[in-house]
Ligand binder design. Structure first.
Ligand SMILES: [Zn+2]
Length: 144
């Protein structure tokens, strides 16, 4: 999925789950989650973050290990001792995985146990993704 679609879905999750926990309602939590939703695409030379980390793409193929629940779990476990924002990192990261799982390219949902991809019907950058983005934006605005 595209950058904006990821941000909109994460924003929707933040709005839906605000108030669930005290940590989940702060501005810093929200900004952290929105930034974390961009992390998996470090493996893409065309992504916002990937353009600033060109050394990642030769090491990790796009939609590979960074697009797995295992990577989300490792990030959360690594961050948890050092910050109260580990849950925000997890929320943003998992949000990205959920959206990419709806795309035709999918994600490696069961890596390393299986190389099968969890895929969906949406082609990245298509009219369907644009409509999804509009729906997400409308939902965020209605729920604010
Ligand atoms: Zn991605």
């Amino acid at each position: 999925m595209l950058f904006l679609t990821h941000l909109l879905f994460t924003a929707l999750l933040l709005v839906l789950f605000r108030g669930v926990s005290p940590a989940g309602s702060g501005t810093l939590f929200a900004v952290t989650a929105l930034l974390a939703t961009l992390l998996p695409d470090l493996d893409s030379a065309g992504s916002i973050l990937g353009r600033h980390a060109p050394w990642v793409q030769p090491l990790l193929r796009h939609r590979g290990v960074l697009h797995t629940p295992l990577a989300a779990a490792v990030l959360w476990l690594a961050a948890r001792p050092f910050t109260t924002l580990a849950d925000a990192l997890l929320l943003g990261y998992v949000s990205h995985l959920l959206m990419d799982a709806c795309s035709k390219e999918g994600i490696l949902a069961l890596f390393p146990l299986s190389r099968r991809r969890l895929t969906g019907p949406i082609r990245v950058g298509s009219a369907m993704e644009f409509l999804l983005g509009l729906g997400l934006a409308a939902a965020v605005l209605l729920l604010l």
